[in-house]
Design a protein around this ligand. Sequence first.
Ligand SMILES: NC(=O)c1ccc[n+]([C@@H]2O[C@H](COP(=O)([O-])OP(=O)(O)OC[C@H]3O[C@@H](n4cnc5c(N)ncnc54)[C@H](O)[C@@H]3O)[C@@H](O)[C@H]2O)c1
Length: 341
Amino acid sequence: MNKLFITGGAGFIGSAFVRMLLDEAPGYEIINFDALTYAGNLDNLDNLDAKRHRFIRGDIANRAEVLATLDEGTDAIINFAAESHVDRSIASADEFLRTNIIGTQVLLDAARERGVKRFVQISTDEVMGSLPEDDAAFFTESSPYEPNSPYAASKAAAEHLVRAAHHTFGLDTVVTRCGNNYGPRQFPEKFLPLMISNALRDEPIPLYGDGRNVRDWIYVEDHCRAILLALEKGRAGEIYNIGARNQRRNIEVVETVLRLLGKPTSLVRPVKDRPGHDRRYAIDPAMVEAQLGWRPQETWESGLAKTIEWYRQNAEWVRRARSGEYREFYAKQYGMEVGSV
Ligand SMILES: NC(=O)c1ccc[n+]([C@@H]2O[C@H](COP(=O)([O-])OP(=O)(O)OC[C@H]3O[C@@H](n4cnc5c(N)ncnc54)[C@H](O)[C@@H]3O)[C@@H](O)[C@H]2O)c1
């Protein structure tokens, strides 16, 4: 049995990865280490196989907590834990630096101290900045670092630390960089679940600027399958860009969701653009396809249908996620209350 130490496994992508391993990869046993910030949700981990999965609440930036939990003989650390919302990083970067940078270094040090065999860092295309609107430009593994938000800068810093641990100490590391994920259990502050959950309740949908920003969308389980391949077959020291060749303008995404839900486009409310808003992301996945044999299994249409259906069926999950601190954040960010009509 391979022993994995997964951080951030109560969040959106981490919990999808844990579920996928438990369902499809019987050779793994998981310690799921998560601080349960506002984005971590134990509801994401209900009904899991307790023989192969153990949840431990802890902070990756706290060296003592990490070392107390990380066993000798751990095969790999997979670091999903992060502060992950660009808008929050613009409001205040402190937690981003602490978790995304210090936390990553603590994990790298702990990996060496405990003799962990492999370290997988979950990163983002945002470390490479923004592309021109011209359809011919793509991010590749050799695109320069040009992070534009405090979030992206903190993730780029984390990548540098991972690279340094590989180069200087010979730690076996792999970095995966992905675009915008969508799927079940994403915290409703993010674009797609916000849009779906607002539309389901006939509430207005805030849309930044002219709505023409382009994102490259990938279904969360397709991302998770690529991470598993990177864990099992990725080359030490390598970076893999993961994308499903699925660029969409934000306005097109909103209109598609509203059409699928049978809701009017009059729900859309343009709001002041995000400062420094990246215009376009687009990933060239040729390397992950060629080296690791990865291909997405979902199309945009099938993934979106599954996602919408999940939010439709899980109104209680959404209600709980949208309570408390979320209401305060939302009012400040968009100048309107959650639930305003
Ligand atoms: N969501 C996307 O579209 C996307 C795209 C590319 C890359 N990523 C990266 O994937 C990873 C997971 O993203 P997500 O969308 O699931 O994020 P998320 O915000 O849903 O979850 C993050 C998780 O990390 C935990 N966490 C935060 N600080 C912690 C700390 N100090 N110690 C331990 N746990 C902590 C939270 O409790 C939460 O469970 C992140 O590293 C993010 O940068 C996300």
